[in-house]
Ligand binder design. Structure first.
Ligand code: NAD
Length: 541
């Protein structure tokens, strides 16, 4: 034990590199993109630090060039999933006893490696495997993941510092124990940083983890695992188990040792997992912690006092960056009729300029959507819009080479229209122009329209209107923006998560989230224990 109380370095948000023409980071990233596109790697399962190759492989391809295979990845079989539970149990004996500063050092080291020598690799993997542009990869795979790994240790230290009061006669303390058993981390395709955060946040708190990465983001997931190993993560603390999601989940959720689920993905999948845990409740040793950040139907609502240009930019960036595949992407927009023609024309002008294609060409603004399933699903919504609404701009889909969907703006007269309610997860924004005088009623419509409550934005210059919207939409979004687009939350600045059908709102990258991965033990030490069982008042009748 160290004779001292070390302090975690005070974190600051990692600045985004610019990738301007001529910059060294641009040169390095371009070189890494070319090298990684030219190779096909083999991705093993990693359990207890051991690489396992089953020979049963699936392929990771580029969404924007789906015949271009980047990797073969080995599919875990049921026995491997059980081995991963055993490896996690074995690793926890040691890891759970490490002092926080030693655990934190692993993730701080990972953050530093990602800031320096690993940055181009994680960004390139995210661009090639998930079709993000250089900027979208940088804010995700580099900056946000670095922030998670630098801020979480600081939050963990603050949490450890929260102690009960003591008296001269007794010293009370809280011990923030890791959970008993393993944590199951299930990660989505759309953010490399979330894939990095979901297994590591519980691990930081002393837990050990079985991690099932998303099949459609396997390249970046594998490099995260390799980076953590390079940073000194001991074998078995995080076990990397790619494979069939239903088969893996059934085994893990049936285990008596399930201590928690750290999930980000779609609402129906989380509902399914929650139900399974409910059905299994009699068999667990503890009540599993269920943390899930799920879908969204994120809104921008504009007041007649809004600035048309600022609003149009928020719609264009908030709706179409990363092809609308952000849980926070603006996908339903409410604009007063007096502003709509001007806003519509501005947005359409921007959409016409957006270049769609391979993100390795840095002029690209729109890449491909993630896979065939998603391409077909979005196509179905576009067909619906052609029949039941007006497509103002876009609407095209081309899947021969890559899964390309044009950025699309739909206009509807019906605020209850399907495309105003359901999560599409593609570059489709649906707008409703409302009569200016119905602002107050409209806010009630925005609140009621969708089951989700993840992000939302109000645009207005009138302070009273902002106050009214902030109150009326209090439960409609876990992240609420005033005169800003509803995407782009920054760790430490806008802790992220939503309620209603959008999740358990445990705010990724915050103390609230870390609290879910510990089980406090209260310890009381009495300095002078009583020596007589009788109380003083009992000496007389
Ligand atoms: P998804 O639900 O299809 O998959 C998420 C993960 O769950 C993947 O690892 C997948 O393999 C696994 N999975 C799929 N079916 C499963 C099953 N039946 N049982 C167990 N696991 C299963 O989601 P996705 O397409 O990867 O990501 C997009 C979704 O994630 C969107 O709904 C989006 O809103 C949501 N999301 C939410 C947040 C947030 O913070 N709220 C952040 C990112 C993404």
């Amino acid at each position: 034990m160290l004779a001292g109380t070390p302090r975690v370095p005070t974190p600051v948000n990692e600045p985004n590199l610019s990738y301007l023409p001529g910059s060294p980071e641009r040169k390095e990233l371009k070189a890494r993109l070319a090298a990684m596109a030219a190779e096909k790697i083999d991705i093993p399962i990693i359990i207890g630090g051991r690489e396992i190759r089953t020979g049963k492989v699936r392929q990771a391809a580029m969404p924007h060039d789906h015949q271009h295979v980047l990797a073969d990845w080995h599919v875990a079989e049921p026995g491997h999933v059980r081995d991963a539970i055993a490896a996690a149990a074995e690793a926890q004996k040691e890891w759970g006893r490490w002092p926080l500063e030693d655990r934190a050092a692993v993730f701080l080291r990972a953050a530093e490696l990602l800031t320096t020598t690993w940055r181009a690799t994680l960004n390139a993997a995210t661009m090639l495997g998930q079709s993000k542009t250089a900027f979208q990869a940088e804010i995700d795979a580099a900056s946000e993941m670095i922030d998670f790994w630098r801020f979480n240790p600081c939050f963990a230290q603050e949490l450890y510092g929260e102690q009960p009061i003591s008296t001269h006669a007794a010293w009370n303390s809280a011990e923030y124990r890791p959970l008993e058993g393993f944590v199951y981390a299930v990660t989505p395709f759309n953010f490399t940083s979330i894939a990095g955060n979901l297994p590591t946040a519980p691990a930081l708190m002393g837990n050990t983890v079985v991690w099932k990465p998303a099949s459609s983001a396997m390249l970046s997931a594998y490099y995260i695992m390799r980076l953590l190993q390079a940073a000194g993560l001991p074998p078995g603390v995080i076990n990397f188990v790619p494979g069939d999601s239903v088969e893996i989940s059934n085994i893990l959720l049936d285990s008596a040792d399930l201590a928690g689920v750290h999930f980000t993905g779609s609402t129906p999948v989380f509902h399914g997992m929650w139900k399974k845990v409910g059905d299994n409740i009699d068999r667990y040793k503890n009540y599993p912690r269920l943390v899930g950040e799920t879908g969204g139907k994120d809104f921008i609502v504009a007041h007649p006092s809004a600035d048309a240009q600022e609003l149009a930019v928020a719609i264009a960036r908030g709706g179409f960056e990363y092809q609308g595949q952000k849980c926070s992407a603006a996908s339903r927009v409410y604009v007063p009729q007096s502003l709509w023609p001007g806003v519509r024309d501005r947005v359409v002008g921007m959409m016409r300029e957006m270049q769609m294609g391979d993100p390795a060409d840095f002029r690209t603004f729109i890449g491909a959507v993630i896979d065939r399933k998603s391409f077909d699903k979005i196509g179905g919504y576009l067909d619906d819009a052609r029949r039941n609404a007006t497509i103002v701009q876009g609407g095209g889909a081309k899947g021969e080479r890559g899964y390309f969907i044009e950025p699309t703006l739909v206009e509807t007269k019906d605020p209850g229209y399907r495309l105003m309610c359901e999560e599409i997860f593609g570059p489709v924004v649906t707008a409703h122009a409302y009569p200016d005088a119905t602002w107050t009623d409209l806010l009630a419509t925005v609140d009621r329209t969708s089951p989700y409550a993840l992000t939302g934005a109000v645009f207005a210059r009138d302070g009273a209107a902002i106050r009214e919207a902030r109150h009326a939409l209090r439960n409609a979004a876990g992240n609420f923006y005033i005169n800003d687009k509803p995407t782009g939350a920054v760790v430490g600045q806008q802790p992220f998560g939503g309620a209603r059908a959008s999740g358990t709102n445990d705010k990724a990258g915050s103390k609230m989230n870390l609290l879910r991965w510990v089980s406090a033990r209260t310890i009381k030490e009495t300095f002078a224990p009583p020596r007589d069982y009788k109380y003083g008042y009992m000496t007389e009748k």
